[in-house]
Design a binder for this molecule. Structure first.
Ligand code: HEM
Ligand SMILES: *[C@@H]1O[C@H](CO)[C@@H](O)[C@H](O)[C@H]1NC(C)=O
Ligand SMILES: *[C@@H]1O[C@H](CO)[C@@H](O)[C@H](O)[C@H]1NC(C)=O
Length: 502
């Protein structure tokens, strides 16, 4: 009896799989696909999720294609490094919703900008864009500096070692900076050994990634019964709890200041311009005449927390590793800083100084080309749409493989060479804007791009002014891995020596 049930169950599941497979196949058959097996789809090709982006490139090269169809479980996705298709997707005013994977962020980010859709996204994007105006960003240079001072002290402890991993230090510094700028609070991630808040932020990243790679946990009904879910609930309690109380406190502060006769002071006791964290701007913003709810504010603040620390930390760390291994580039970057600061290692850098770091900016571009913090991102359409003779069914996930187009010799000759000069005005005419998309492009591009560039310039210049970066001994080769962001599975090891003032 049970045998018959089992057999019919297996037949049922197999039939359903075949039905789903042919559903996608009938639409997308001209897009090459690695062999798909019942249920697991092309899972065998992606045994090691960390290697997923490299595997995609290997398959694209093998099939001589720029778009790849990948069957996973009962679904199929298309990943693309096709210039024209990427241009079409990123410029579209209708295909603006995010793919399936973003769902795993909603317990933390709610309806924040990164994941929201439709009218909610449109109104919030319009409200948030002005909070990233350069005059507002300018006041954060102070934070980059003070919080960077602790980083320099921490790095100094590794002077003379033949090899150490910089990534954890940069991550904690970036976390201090984003908490300070987004919420106006000091969580002391760098100073306290195990800040509860910092631990939860990093745990959330891991939880979301683990869930994303486990097709069973995609279903809420199964996920709700897992240990991972319980761990997520614990982290969310800490993260949301902290944000909620900060919102409460700031709201009261603003009310208090509003009730005073005179306008609140624009400068602090030392005469410096007063910093207004993003949170305060959200508290004072309105949408169609109504103020934002606490939940709306929390979602946006959490989104800044997530979107704004790992990404910049990875960018800075990959840049340090690349500089350490390319002495000619490092020297050129250092000479530029010498022209700006002389031998002064201490002088805080100003907004103007940042504008003068032209070469360092090329270094950052070249870093984000080879190591885009978001190696791919996805879209999904509400209706079927046709592009270049292929109809893509509604609801399916379509991936934009930034990592792929960034390493395509048609757009970047000798793509694996680290050569910042390829972005200099003489060499780069920007006529192919969709071949360089670390911050995405079009209506859903990164709102934090300017903030990120300033933070990266500030932190990198500070480190370079203090230390000469050397390759680790024994030589350390990065093992690029795609999680929620691009990182290196074996760390980012370098060595440091103090710069002598000559
Ligand atoms: C090197 C650093 C960064 C990189 C490489 C980066 C990259 C990106 C990319 C590729 C997207 C598009 C994602 C998608 O289409 O799904 C994006 C969106 C976004 N980023 Fe960034 N980002 C960085 C830093 C930041 C910072 C510092 C913040 C905030 C303080 C931030 C906030 C956001 C937000 C809110 C969105 C969603 C925008 C929307 O959908 O309207 N990012 N970022
Ligand atoms: C970060 O910078 C802010 C603003 O300058 C400062 O108040 C805070 O103490 C700094 N935090 C750390 C951990 O350095
Ligand atoms: C599309 O996705 C939505 C939300 O996940 C779902 O409710 C709907 O049934 C899907 N439609 C199709 C045709 O798959």
């Amino acid at each position: 009896m049970w045998f018959e049930i089992l057999v019919s169950l297996i037949i049922g599941v197999l039939t359903f799989w075949c039905y789903r497979y042919y559903y996608y196949y009938s639409y997308l058959k001209v897009i090459p696909s690695p062999r798909a097996w019942p249920i697991i789809g092309s899972g065998l090709e992606f045994k090691n999720p960390e290697d997923s982006v490299e595997t995609m490139l290997v398959l694209m090269n093998k099939f001589k294609t720029d778009s790849l169809r990948i069957h996973i479980g009962f679904r199929a996705i298309v990943m693309s490094r096709d210039y024209k298709f990427i241009e079409f997707l990123l410029s579209s005013q209708t295909i603006m919703n995010k793919g399936l994977g973003y769902k795993f962020f909603t317990p933390w980010l709610g309806q924040g900008l990164l994941v929201s859709t439709g009218e909610h996204w449109r109104t919030h994007r319009k409200m948030i864009t002005p909070t990233f105006h350069f005059q507002i960003l300018e006041q954060f240079i102070d934070v980059f500096h003070s919080n960077g001072t602790i980083l320099i002290d921490k790095l100094r402890k590794h002077l003379g070692e033949s090899s150490f991993d910089v990534f954890p230090y940069i991550t904690l510094c970036a976390l201090d900076i984003i908490c300070e700028t987004a919420m106006g609070i000091s969580i002391n991630a760098q100073l306290e050994e195990h800040s509860e808040y910092a631990t939860c932020v990093s745990n959330m990243g891991r939880i979301i990634q683990t869930r994303g790679f486990n097709p069973f946990l995609h279903y809420d009904s199964i996920y709700k019964h897992s240990n991972l879910y319980r761990e997520e609930q614990k982290c969310l309690q800490v993260l949301h709890g902290r944000t909620d109380s900060v919102i409460q406190m700031r709201r009261e502060n603003i009310l208090l200041e509003g009730s005073k006769k005179e306008k609140p002071a624009e400068t602090d006791e030392l005469g410096r311009k007063k910093k207004v964290p993003f949170l305060d701007m959200l508290l004072q913003a309105s949408i169609d005449g109504r103020p934002l709810t606490n939940t709306e504010i929390r979602d946006e603040v959490s989104t800044f927390m997530f979107g704004g620390h790992d990404t910049t930390a990875a960018g800075i760390s990959f840049a340090l590793h690349s500089l350490a291994n390319n002495p000619r580039v490092q020297d050129k970057a250092y000479q530029e800083l010498k022209e700006i600061f002389g031998d002064d290692k201490e002088r805080p850098c100003t907004y103007n100084d940042l504008q003068c770091m032209k070469y360092l900016e090329l270094v950052i571009k070249e870093t984000l080309r080879l190591y885009p913090s978001a190696p791919f991102y996805t879209r999904t359409a509400v209706e079927d749409f046709t592009y270049d003779g292929i109809t893509y069914p509604k609801n399916m996930t379509i991936g934009i493989l930034a990592y792929g187009i960034h390493r395509d010799p048609r757009y970047f000759p000798n793509p694996l060479e680290f050569r910042p000069e390829r972005f200099s005005p003489e060499n780069y005419d920007g006529r192919k804007p969709f071949s360089f998309i670390p911050f995405s492009a079009g209506p859903r591009n990164c709102v934090g791009q300017k903030f990120a560039s300033m933070e990266m310039l500030s932190t990198l210049s500070r480190i370079l002014r203090n230390f000469e970066l050397l390759p680790a001994t024994p030589k350390h080769t990065l093992k690029v891995a795609a999680d929620t962001i691009l990182r290196s599975a074996n760390g980012m090891k370098i060595a440091l020596v103090e710069r002598k003032s000559k």
